[in-house]
Write a protein that binds this ligand. Structure first.
Ligand SMILES: [Ca+2]
Length: 180
């Protein structure tokens, strides 16, 4: 009988120790893991924003967005002229300006109503959108693709001005990581 009581006591103690260890291990994990750096490679800081320009993988717009999500980021929102300038300067400086890049806006939900992935409206006209020239000489402002072109791209052939393209075309990607 005494042996049985001793056995139960030891078993209870062992259980208690195990439980304590598990919680201690959890505690030490959460407090000792280093805080992640704000903008780590392959992302770079441009105009105080954290972006990743991926020129090699070509994908439809939705897959480009998925790629960004996999990197805990989102397709880039180019809503600031100075940031736009720095982004283009970076692309040219890196020698990767032969590619066109999907960025984070579309007019899929309502034709002609361009919306960034953060829900804000895309600014129309200059200095963002490309100007086209008809064969007979007159000029027009993009976007002009109507319902056949619903995704926003920085188009290489248009000096990386904004243009609307068919979302299923395969192009390079620019992601942006948010800190807040
Ligand atoms: Ca459209």
């Amino acid at each position: 009988m005494l042996l049985l009581v001793l056995f139960l006591l030891v078993a209870q103690t062992a259980t208690g120790v195990f439980g304590y260890s598990a919680s201690a291990a959890t505690w030490s994990y959460t407090t000792q893991t280093p805080k992640p750096s704000k903008c780590e490679s392959p992302f770079v800081v441009l105009r105080a924003r954290c972006v990743f320009v991926e020129p090699f993988l070509k994908s439809p717009w939705e897959e480009s967005r998925y790629l960004c999500h996999e990197l805990n980021s989102e397709l880039v929102v180019v809503d600031d002229v100075q940031f736009y300038y720095d982004l283009l300067k970076f692309i040219r400086g890196e020698g990767i300006d032969h590619e066109s890049y999907w960025i984070g806006a579309n007019d899929t939900e309502t034709e002609g109503k361009w919306v960034w992935v953060n829900g804000k409206a895309v600014e129309s006209g200059s200095p963002f959108w490309a100007i086209g020239k008809e064969d007979y000489g007159s000029y027009y402002l993009e976007p002009a693709g109507q319902t056949s072109q619903n995704c926003l791209i920085l188009e290489a052939e248009r000096a990386h001005y904004f243009n609307d393209r068919d979302c299923i075309e395969e192009h390079a990607t620019i992601c942006e990581k948010h800190f807040q």
